[in-house]
Design a protein around this ligand. Structure first.
Ligand code: A3P
Length: 339
């Protein structure tokens, strides 16, 4: 559809087949070989995570990362949305898609693709969709500029993205809300045969860096440092900042992506309309996001929970807050980054 008009539903292995670790037949010999040499940590959805190039991955994720590294050939005009999991990726995808495609799909349009498609289907993940499960994507029908997304840490990005200096929008969120959102999300995906993960365990693992694409702080720092060196190639955004000043950030995003709003559009209220289209209230109440499923098996509704800043106050104890703040202060010391 739209940016990536291909359907991968038929080649996708249902999520349920990954819910046990006897997934031997799904893992390539190359990945298996590598896994045997990697550190193993406790998982969130499944039992284990594997540490590759300093970051923690599920088996499926790892295989997708390896496939991207080996096969993905970027084009200089590609636009890449990168985020830490649960930082508002769904929101960013919706906004970027709506901005880039607004001449094809007017934001007031009753037939706008965002009204009938989850943003993850419109802006596909490289490692979790396009290259997942040994899939070889066909890019022939992609509309240019191609919009992709990924959670891959900077160090593990496919070389062509770095070499061609593709524009990257990076989104992160304060670690306390990220942790709470990740905890809720992973419990939704956890097989019924496993006990739900308690917040205390999630907290321990997150603080120890053993979380999906974690350590969280290293992920953020990797892109933060790059954004300081190459601000023309990497736009660094925080969820909270967008919530605070949505119009300012939507304009910034549009400008960075190469699709600034014209004076006429400003006068017509396109910025406001586009924000409304992509808002939590609008997207989370659409039929597709209430009852639909992604082709990879996740329920669309699992990507919309509360969409608030500061929900961590309801879940973390004062000791947890203190410890997490201490880690964040220590890890970001001298970087200029604050949450
Ligand atoms: P909460 O769990 O705190 O509610 P991701 O998209 O990276 O998976 O992140 C999911 C988080 O972003 C969830 O946070 C979700 O509710 C929130 N979210 C999803 N769509 C949003 C939107 N349009 N606006 C603001 N927040 C949104």
């Amino acid at each position: 559809m739209a940016t990536s008009p291909i359907s991968l539903a038929s080649v996708h292995v249902p999520l349920s087949r990954y819910l046990h670790e006897d997934q031997e037949e799904l893992i390539t010999p190359e990945c298996k070989d590598l896994m045997s040499s990697l550190s193993r940590g406790k998982g969130w959805v499944l039992i284990h995570l594997y540490q590759y190039q300093g970051f923690w991955h599920t088996t499926r994720q790892l295989q997708g990362v390896l496939a991207c590294q080996k096969m993905f050939q970027a084009q200089a005009t590609d636009l890449i949305l990168v985020s830490t999991p649960k930082s508002g990726t769904t929101w960013l995808k919706a906004m970027a898609f709506a901005i880039v495609n607004r001449n094809r799909y007017f934001c007031y349009d009753d037939h706008h693709p965002l009204l009938t498609n989850n943003p993850h289907e419109l802006v596909p993940f490289l490692e979790l969709k396009l290259y997942v499960d040994n899939n070889v994507p066909d890019f022939t029908n992609f509309v240019h500029p191609r919009l992709f997304s990924t959670h891959i840490p900077h160090i593990s990005l496919p070389e062509s993205i770095k070499d061609l200096k593709c524009k990257i929008v990076y989104l992160c969120r304060n670690p306390k809300d990220t942790l709470v959102s990740l905890w809720h999300f992973t419990n939704k995906l956890r097989p019924k045969t496993l006990e739900p993960l308690q917040i205390e365990e999630a907290f321990e693992r997150f603080c120890g860096g053993v979380s999906l694409y974690g350590p969280f702080w290293d992920h953020v720092l990797g892109y933060w440092k790059e954004s300081l060196q190459r601000p023309q190639s990497i736009l660094f955004l925080k969820y909270e900042d967008i919530r605070d000043a949505p119009k300012v950030h939507l304009r910034k995003l549009a400008e960075f992506l190469g699709y600034p709003f014209s004076l006429e559009e400003e006068k017509e209220g396109v910025v406001e309309e586009l924000l409304k289209l992509c808002s939590f209230d609008n997207l989370s109440n659409l039929e597709v996001n209430k009852v639909g499923k992604l082709s990879s098996g996740e329920e669309c509704s699992s990507f919309f929970r509360k969409g608030e800043v500061g929900d961590w106050t309801h879940y973390l104890t004062s000791e947890m807050i203190e410890q997490l703040d201490m880690i964040t202060t220590k890890m970001f010391k001298g970087s200029g980054l604050e949450f």
